[in-house]
Design a protein around this ligand. Sequence first.
Ligand SMILES: Nc1ncnc2c1ncn2[C@@H]1O[C@H](COP(=O)(O)OP(=O)(O)OP(=O)(O)O)[C@@H](O)[C@H]1O
Length: 298
Amino acid sequence: MMPRLTLSQVTKRYDGVTALDAVDFTVAPGERVALLGHNGAGKSTLMKIVLGLIPATSGQIEVLGAAPGSQAAREGTAYLPENVAFHPALTGLEQIRLYLRLRGCDPAQAMGLLERVGLGEAARRRIGTYSKGMRQRVGLAQALIGQPRLLILDEPTSGLDPVSRREFYAILDGLAAEGAAILLSSHALTEVEARTDRIVILSKGRLMANDTLHALRRQAALPIRLQISARPGAADQVAAQLSGGRRNGVMVDLTCAHDEKLTRLGHIAALKGLIEDVEIIPPSLEDLYSHFSRRDDQ
Ligand SMILES: Nc1ncnc2c1ncn2[C@@H]1O[C@H](COP(=O)(O)OP(=O)(O)OP(=O)(O)O)[C@@H](O)[C@H]1O
């Protein structure tokens, strides 16, 4: 399938600063891609280039097979900025109707869009009375006008509570299932870990990683933690036999390389009379993120 978004060797220089340095990646239909990076890594610059708001210094960008900022690209692309501001005196329904009219679409679609983002019941209340999570959903309803095939979301869940975040991602899952390509930036690694298909890490404008979480784990080859619960009174013996560290009354911690995992599990299984349970804890996205974003400095 042709990617919805393709960046090839995209470089952006502001005077003296290289904000993007030969960045390559694609986003396919139905794919949810997380764009991660420290402050100043180049995420906003990348989004602005994709939206056609600023030009790249060099490289090629294709948005829905067209040039960024062209009519074809703009018609099929939705953008949700980090802080969406709406008119507080308007109701959600009025606000979305207004956007529909501005886009030359039928304002009667407004209720359907609001229901889609879970604002059906609040549609006739003033936006001034909405919570931050609800305002973010108005933003998403606005972004869904015209059935976009590519969504660019700038930290869409910052400031939302855990329940609102989950609900927001559930809406994105539905859109991706219908074939929308989604690129979202975030600083919240735990939620991205569970809710996206691929991870792109930028550091000082350079692409440090671009793969699934699974593949990044293999590439990084960070140690895996094995957490063993010993039978009552057996923790010292288990720790001694496995050369592991005792944590409290019953827990024994081990770390091992990825390719030692099965051997280590074999040793643990051989102590079966002494052991209640074993938990395998792979490196978290946070561990991977610091691994990949630091690679540059070495
Ligand atoms: N208009 C500009 N003129 C000069 N330098 C700029 C301009 N815009 C951004 N930069 C620089 O380019 C680099 C990348 O900035 P960018 O805003 O893209 O980062 P970011 O990853 O979006 O950061 P954040 O997480 O803080 O939003 C930074 O060093 C920034 O100072």
